[in-house]
Design a protein around this ligand. Structure first.
Ligand code: DOR
Ligand code: ZN
Length: 399
């Protein structure tokens, strides 16, 4: 069945234009033009029609910690937040660090309503497994995190860089978590510098995860083969909020929320960043109360960014590019991230004027809480099509 998306402003080649989109039986965009007719049609009057968004950084927790999230609930959260593709991190309780586990996770992920791309995890000694699995991307932890995947030995880190295929990104968690801010920032910058130097030396692609300071963005952008992502919680929350949320409970995240001053500097450097990533890291309320680090972000990130556009802090075109095509480019995804004939019929339709209030209990994520509880945000995903299939229509799941 073909599907026409009519009457909206579509994001096409860096701008919004009034055109229609036709998605063919094969789930790919077959035409962009005027007066298109499909077997079915969606009316996008007064709405923005975006390429299906891509999130390069989520933790959907399956297998191993499905009490926090699984591919069903995480996939629904992704779709409700406008993402048709998410990239899942390997730091599960059962880590994605062998070919067998990598293949198993890809199978499990098929039940998600969105597409899931699985990042493979580096350990101090899994070089053969990386080679056997031959993944499109790898995550390397230099700083302590949920799970036990950190690599501190510099020669081992270098060996991973030297062996991983040249054209594929190595996602680096360089952030340190020392409770002392001065110490953790110094260690974070040291780690970042070391990893970037390796990318240069070995001509490797590096993607810097969750930059939380302007300096990390500047450092990454000085290296041609590096890209860098920012997570909205570092733009909209600071250590002041961490205190009111509970420094050791609901306000706890790695890297930690920064000072108000750092948050303002991050906004100054934001324009240079390549990607917006949610770093959706759900934990149950019980686990949060027992000091687990991480925030859910799939259902709030786009709205936070659109709300910031409405307030004049940033620009819609910039945001959409960093949540779609620039992510596709950073991760070599050739078939998505843009609206274009022959590309996948993945479409996110948003209402830039729809104001809603964040309420954890109403979210799709299994964790049912949000650090943004009670915030009023202007801008929301209303309809999502994936591969030509209507999955979410006017805020209701169709399956
Ligand atoms: O706060 C965090 N939570 N930071 C990470 O790096 C990992 C994540 C998680 O998996 O919970
Ligand atoms: Zn993460």
């Amino acid at each position: 069945m073909s599907l026409a998306i009519k009457n909206g402003a579509i994001f096409f080649q860096g701008r919004f234009i009034h055109k229609e989109i036709l998605i063919g039986d094969d789930g790919r965009i077959s035409k962009i033009g005027n007066s298109l007719v499909g077997d079915e049609s969606i009316d996008a009057s007064n709405l923005l029609v975006l390429p299906g968004l891509i999130d390069p950084h989520v933790h959907l927790r399956e297998p191993g910690a499905t009490e926090k999230e699984d591919f069903n609930t995480g996939g629904r959260a992704a779709i409700a937040g406008g993402f048709t593709t998410v990239m899942d991190m390997p730091n599960n309780t059962i880590p994605t660090t062998t070919k067998a586990r990598y293949e198993e996770k890809k199978q499990l992920a098929k039940k998600a309503l969105c597409d899931v791309i699985v990042h493979f995890g580096a350990t101090p000694d899994n070089f053969d497994e990386v080679k056997k699995a031959d993944p499109p991307s790898m995550k390397l932890y230099m700083g302590i995190t949920t799970g036990h995947m950190v690599i501190t030995d510099k020669a081992t880190i270098e060996k991973h860089f030297a062996l991983f295929p040249k054209d594929r990104p190595i996602v680096v968690h360089a952030a340190d978590n020392d409770p002392n801010e001065t110490k953790n920032l110094a260690a974070t910058y040291d780690n970042t510098e070391f990893a970037l130097a390796l990318a240069k030396k070995h001509s490797r692609r590096l993607h810097l995860a969750h930059a939380s300071t302007g300096k990390e963005i500047t450092m990454a952008k000085a290296v041609k083969s590096a890209t860098v992502e920012v997570a909205p919680h570092y733009l909209f929350l600071s250590s002041k909020d961490a205190e009111s949320l509970g420094a050791t409970t609901y306000g706890k995240v790695y890297p930690p929320l920064r000072s108000e001053q750092q948050r303002i500097v991050l906004w100054k450097y934001l324009e240079q960043a390549d990607c917006i990533a949610t770093d959706h890291a759900p934990h149950t309320i019980e686990d949060k109360e027992n000091s687990a680090a991480g925030f859910p972000g799939l259902e709030t990130s786009l709205s936070l960014m659109l709300d910031a556009c409405d307030k004049g802090f940033t620009d819609k075109i910039w945001v959409v590019e960093r949540m779609s095509e620039r992510v596709a480019d950073a991760f070599n995804l050739k078939d998505r991230g843009r609206l274009g004939v022959g590309l996948r019929g993945d479409i996110t339709i948003v209402d830039p004027k729809l104001t809603w209030k964040v309420s954890g209990s109403g979210l799709e994520t299994k964790c049912k809480w949000s650090p943004f509880e009670g915030r009023e945000l202007k801008g929301k995903t209303v309809t999502v099509v994936k591969g030509g299939e209507l999955i979410y229509l006017e805020g209701e799941f169709q399956k």
